[in-house]
Design a protein around this ligand. Structure first.
Ligand code: ADP
Ligand code: MG
Length: 260
């Protein structure tokens, strides 16, 4: 028997539009049929319908936070092969996934050679924080420094710092790959001082702390940055061979064998 479509009550669409409840519009009919089938009471139907609106809204909010974070690609903790990266403790990383470190203004430093999963983990932690509805921003150290230098040139440095400090978690990728000039180093220092104990940082770096003076151009500035970052921080060292290299080696058939 063909199902009879429910008649749409007059004014419903217009009222929902005015009240900005688009998901109620999307779901009212399906949930009404479901309520009929399950013999739900009116209050139960109403509660389910409101719940659908709340869930959809939350999903849209999270999608917006993920877009605003500017992740270069999306990586997840589920997609991280902890068996291939045994120097970081799985439990220590998973303990960060609830993003409590963001509420507590704690930092995470991921330190290791190229290809060992630092950016992957940094993005995954950022994404987990978005899913907990925190405001997150991802940028490489070079990108952040350029942003700050440009703002300073335009006389808008304090506004830029204020704008960046609104993010609850800043993922600062690739500290150490490119050395800064004096201005860049000073501006990055200002940024770190600004967010210290107010916001969270996830920093990835290929340099041990002893070599940060090469990036900040002077040992005192480097010591001050390190001091602020590590004051409340989880430090994770990613060691071993590059994951990409390992994968590539696995794919290349060994000599004497024919690829099938
Ligand atoms: P790094 O930032 O340390 O140079 P990446 O995080 O960019 O390294 O890792 C390089 C590539 O290898 C990425 O595509 C990343 O997703 C992948 N990768 C690295 N380590 C792992 C791992 N343990 N499990 C799954 N993928 C990994
Ligand atoms: Mg990286």
């Amino acid at each position: 028997m063909k199902k009879q479509a429910l008649a749409e009550p007059a004014h419903l669409a217009a009222d929902l539009k005015e009240l900005k409840l688009p998901s109620v519009m999307t779901h009212w009919e399906r949930l009404a049929e479901e309520a009929h089938r399950k013999r739900q009471s009116h209050p139960e139907y109403l509660a389910d319908l409101m719940h659908a609106e709340v869930n959809d809204r939350r999903e849209r909010r999270i999608a917006r936070l993920i877009r605003e974070a500017h992740f270069p690609v999306l990586k997840t903790l589920d997609g991280f092969d902890f068996a291939a990266q045994t120097s970081v403790e799985r439990d220590a990383v998973l303990a960060l996934a609830d993003a409590r470190f963001v509420s507590e203004h704690h930092n995470v430093v991921l330190m290791g050679e190229v290809g060992t999963g630092k950016t992957h983990l940094a993005i995954a932690l950022g994404l987990a924080a978005c899913q907990r509805e925190h405001r997150v921003r991802f940028a490489t150290a070079a990108e952040l420094t350029n942003m700050l230098v440009e703002a300073k040139e335009q006389g808008k440095l304090s506004r830029k710092l204020e704008q960046l400090a609104r993010f609850e978690l800043f993922v600062l990728d690739e500290l150490g790959y490119v050395p800064f000039d004096k201005l860049g180093a000073d501006l990055l220092f200002s940024f770190v001082s600004r967010v210290y104990e107010r916001r969270s940082l996830v920093v990835t770096t290929n340099l041990p702390f002893a070599r940060w003076s090469e990036v900040f151009l002077d040992a005192t500035a480097a010591a001050a940055v390190i001091d602020r970052i590590v004051h409340h921080a989880t430090i994770l060292k990613t060691e071993g061979e590059s994951y990409r290299l390992k994968e590539a080696k696995r794919r290349v058939p060994r000599k004497g064998r024919t690829a099938s």
